[in-house]
Design a protein around this ligand. Structure first.
Ligand code: AMP
Length: 472
């Protein structure tokens, strides 16, 4: 197996890696780093937790040490928390160089970011929306010397999901020099290869982990089949069990919506679990503070939406619980990838209702892994069922009395305005669509009722005829 020196890193950088406990290159590093150091564009697809970040940070730091010049490298990433995590790796590995980084993400002071950007840092780590805002609103930002453009979690940046980065990416790409090295990394890159072709790349070196499975072997993947109404009782039961048995374990729970995330956090606190939340309706400072407290194990339970599903590297996370079954296999892969990282063990448990069976099948097909049932003593869960459901309802009522929904509405309106849409017109359109859907549902129900009545009538007729035949 190659070592870092033979891959082309200088002695000082190899030493810096050693200080961090990074001794031998992982496969994604061994394969991608020589190509990047050679000056090639690169697409790396490796399982989450397999050292992807260092696979691009190390060659960039190496090249920077050879020729530091202006803003040298721009990294784009979909979430703000991930931006901080990546910047930290640059800072630590580039410390002997005095590497200066600048983080440009939403929810933080824009003026300060603007000043830092004009101060020509070596590396800028950004979320696309905020960086595009800077480019559009200022003529002092210069990025014409950029040597590296890196898209981390590239598929998420390029897909048109609930947050669509397309326009912001266009603004940013139009601002960068055409002559540069472009690097794309993700755990689920191959799903969106088509979209990746839109990024100008020069005969990229493509590396994909050869393993058939898309999750790591160290991850024990489980499910629990449960009616919707019993889900929360299972959740409380599982957390109780894990915290009783392992007081040093941290647990991440993924939910579908911000409201679910908030209610579950409140509910788990009522049960005296040290719980904290992370979702997009929180203030950014609170998001960072909560994540820091969870990373430091001050709180052992984190309830989060998919905003925390990608890339976050928290070694103490031993358990991931999916409170809802993710609708897309790749979201499942990223969520469960928050545990069993860098060779450690971990367990993931997905709460599955009867309506989610299809989703589980497509997850199994996609990951090439069969989920196993997680054994639970049902009697113990049923014992706490009423108490859990009453507590949840109380928390829901408490949340309703705050302005949570109102804030959500304001956030939605803000988003629509930013997208150049009229919020009132959109609301009207949505209401009309809902009305049409309601009418369609009613109509379908009517047809079903008529069919049912006809069947019933025919059956009655048959029975009457049978009875008449018998008496004749
Ligand atoms: P990543 O996939 O980039 O999120 O990295 C996951 C974890 O693996 C991080 O904590 C890294 O510090 C760690 N790591 C990265 N490269 C190596 C390596 N070659 N050996 C051991 N750990 C590593």
């Amino acid at each position: 197996m190659a070592d870092f020196a033979s891959l082309g890193l200088s002695d000082w950088l190899v030493k810096q890696c050693k200080q961090l406990g990074i001794n031998k290159p992982t496969p994604v590093q061994e394969n991608c780093m020589p190509a990047i150091l050679e000056g090639r564009d690169c697409m790396g697809c490796a399982k989450t937790g397999s050292g992807k970040t260092a696979a691009f940070v190390l060659p960039v730091v190496q090249k920077l040490s050879e020729d530091p010049y202006g803003i040298f490298c721009l990294v784009l990433t979909p979430t703000r928390e991930l931006a901080y995590q990546i910047a930290e790796q640059f800072r630590v590995l580039g410390k002997p160089l005095g590497l200066r980084d600048c983080i440009v993400v939403g929810g933080m002071d824009m003026v300060r970011q603007g000043l830092e950007l004009t101060d020509q840092p070596h590396v800028v780590v950004a979320t696309p929306g905020r960086l595009a805002d800077h480019i559009r609103s200022s003529n002092t930002v210069r990025m014409n010397k950029i040597q590296f453009l890196i898209l981390d979690e590239a598929d998420r940046l390029l897909e048109q999901g609930c947050t669509d980065f397309t326009k912001d990416l266009e603004t940013i790409l139009g601002f960068l020099p055409a002559k540069r090295q472009t690097l794309l990394f993700s755990a689920t890159l191959t799903d969106t290869l088509q979209e990746l072709k839109n990024i100008a790349m020069n005969k990229p070196f493509l590396w994909e982990s050869t393993s058939e499975t898309r999750t790591v072997d160290e991850l024990d993947q489980r499910y629990i089949l449960t009616p919707e109404k019993v889900k929360d009782a299972y959740l409380v039961h599982l957390i109780q069990k894990f915290t009783d048995e392992h007081d040093d374990w941290s647990i991440m729970i993924f939910t579908k919506t911000c409201k679910d995330c908030q209610v579950l956090t409140m509910m788990l606190r009522e049960f005296q679990f040290h719980t904290i939340s992370l979702h997009s309706m929180m203030k950014q400072k609170q998001r960072f503070a909560n994540l820091a407290k969870f990373k430091a194990s001050v709180f052992k339970v984190l309830v989060a939406t998919d905003v925390a599903s990608r890339g976050l590297d928290i070694p103490t996370v031993q358990v991931v619980i999916n409170h809802n079954t993710p609708g897309l296999p790749k979201n499942y892969i990223h969520r469960v990838g928050r545990t069993a990282r860098a060779g450690r063990n971990g367990v993931s448990i997905t709460l599955v209702t009867q309506y989610d069976i299809n989703l589980v099948q497509s997850i199994e097909e996609n990951t090439q892994t069969k989920l196993k049932e997680y054994p639970v003593v049902e009697k113990d869960v049923l014992k706490i069922l009423t108490q859990v459901n009453v507590t949840r309802r109380q928390c829901e009522i408490k949340l309703e009395s705050t302005d949570f929904d109102e804030k959500k509405e304001i956030n939605k309106r803000k988003q629509l305005i930013l997208e150049g849409k009229d919020p009132d017109l959109e609301a009207k359109r949505k209401a009309e669509l809902q009305k049409i859907r309601g009418q369609k549902k009613k109509f379908q129900q009517k047809i079903q009722d008529t069919i049912q009545r006809q069947k019933h009538g025919q059956l009655k007729k048959k029975l009457r005829k049978k009875a008449a035949d018998k008496t004749a």
